[in-house]
Write a protein that binds this ligand. Structure first.
Ligand SMILES: [Fe+2]
Length: 175
């Protein structure tokens, strides 16, 4: 048996991300920039090892089932989320949220970020069709990524593109 139960681990991460994103939407709507920045930092910490593991282990294991084009789309979604995360951090670092931002930012989070945990959780529908070896490898990789604990924006700057080149992966460009 693998050390970690991959499906329950990933589902528990997604549930945490769901709760944090819903709280972020609520906080931004209420124009509380300081709390929103704290929430964004907690997301940066939680999603760094998760995204890294998805790209280094989880997605590659599923390519034989969902195919190369879908992989490129998923990588493109990660790039878009990193971009939105940076944009949001810059806005929140100003220390205030304008009335207009309190209306537009929740929609950006709903449209460009929230669909990913929903979709990614759906991929676990395929995970149970993978071999025991695949599950064990993914469990070991998840432990490694969590242990290293690199936050999302740091991972995106230092590791993401290098690993994609090594694996021969390219991302679909999403607007
Ligand atoms: Fe995920």
């Amino acid at each position: 048996m693998p050390k970690l139960d991959i499906i329950s681990e990933i589902k528990s991460d997604h549930a945490k991300v769901r709760d944090i994103l819903l709280e972020l939407i609520d906080t931004v709507s209420k124009r509380d920039a300081i709390r929103a920045l704290e929430i964004l930092l907690s997301l940066d910490k939680l999603t760094g090892p998760h995204f890294r593991w998805e790209e280094e282990s989880f997605y590659p294991a599923h390519v034989k089932l969902f195919g190369r084009q879908y992989l490129e789309y998923l990588l493109g979604v990660h790039d878009r989320i990193v971009k939105r995360g940076k944009e949001l951090a810059t806005i929140l670092a100003k220390g205030e949220i304008t009335e207009e931002e309190s209306e537009t930012l929740p929609e950006v989070i709903r449209n460009d970020v929230l669909p990913h945990p929903i979709e990614c959780d759906g991929i676990t529908l395929l995970t149970s069709r993978l071999s025991k070896d695949d599950l064990e490898r993914m469990a070991e990789d998840l432990e490694r990524c969590r242990k290293e604990g690199i936050p999302l924006l740091e991972w995106a700057e230092t590791i993401k593109d290098k690993v994609r080149v090594e694996k021969g992966f390219k991302a679909k460009a999403l607007s």
